[in-house]
Write a protein that binds this ligand. Structure first.
Ligand SMILES: [Zn+2]
Ligand SMILES: [Zn+2]
Length: 273
């Protein structure tokens, strides 16, 4: 094997131990001063010699006799070294090779999470029904998580389930947007309309649905779980008056805020007289 060397660019200085300047070659590869860069030993033009060796290789690759000999040599070498042929290598071997190629391409190693995710994707590609089930389960978990952490989301869904209840009882209801409910909760400073407790607040109908109350803003206040379950379907005024935490100003507050939204057709106006 000839010694490998860096080819100096035209006009660049060169190693005089390896190269010399000589007569222009037949293909006119001029390095400097109208002269060609040649090998010190043998005096061949270095660019011509590279071209010749590439052409020789190309000729050899098209020669069936050479290819047969080469294949026999490789097979013999594999047998001697005990290596299986590339076509007989395992799927794991190819996966590892692809991984190495990917690392070389990007220049960084994938994280464990990325590898696990890739395995998951591979599995899902072969099991599409499992993938759908996983997506559904994830959506469920996400909704549950949001229900636990997002007050506005929880409020909206509580109101929606109340509206469903009203529809089932044949009552009147109106679609309430999350922002409307949120504003109503802000009106009461995110605390129970009756006792003033803060925390997890429920959707409370002042005129109970069972007594013909409607599901709309003229009838909805926030209430804590304790007040909501204690009041149940009783009349708001007589129940509230009897509570130890009764306060005049709270009742007037409820009155004035509810009166801002006009009741719909059927409900008797609680505060008319
Ligand atoms: Zn040349
Ligand atoms: Zn309360």
């Amino acid at each position: 094997m000839p010694k490998a060397y860096e080819l100096p660019a035209p006009g660049e200085p060169f190693d005089p131990e390896v190269f010399k300047l000589g007569q222009p070659c037949k293909r006119d590869h001029i390095h400097a001063d109208g002269l060609t860069l040649r090998k010190r030993n043998g005096g061949q033009c270095i660019i011509c010699s590279r071209i010749d060796s590439l052409e020789r290789q190309q000729r050899l690759r098209q020669d069936p006799e050479y290819n047969r000999k080469r294949a026999a040599y490789v097979a013999e070498k594999r047998k001697r070294e005990g290596r299986p042929s590339r076509a007989k290598r395992s799927e794991e071997w190819h996966a590892l090779r692809r991984l190495h190629a990917a690392i070389n391409r990007t220049g960084k190693c994938p994280s464990v999470a990325q590898l696990v995710y890739q395995q998951q994707l591979d599995y899902w590609r072969d099991h599409p029904s499992d993938r759908l089930a996983a997506i559904r389960a994830q959506a469920k978990h996400r909704a549950r998580w949001r229900h636990m952490t997002d007050t506005a989301y929880r409020l909206y869904h509580r109101a929606k389930s109340k509206a469903r209840k009203v529809v089932l009882r044949g009552g009147t209801h109106i679609h309430l947007s999350p922002i409307q409910l949120w504003r109503r909760w802000c009106d009461f400073d995110h605390s129970c309309a009756y006792c003033g407790a803060s925390g997890d607040l429920e959707v409370e109908h002042v005129v109970p649905i069972s007594k013909g109350g409607e599901h709309h803003l003229g009838n909805i206040v926030p209430a804590c779980h304790r007040c909501n379950s204690s009041k149940r379907s009783r009349d708001a005024w007589s129940w509230y008056k009897a509570q130890p935490f009764y306060e005049d100003w709270r009742w007037h507050n409820i009155e004035s805020i509810l009166n801002k939204s006009k009741p719909m057709t059927k409900q008797i106006n609680l505060f008319a007289s």
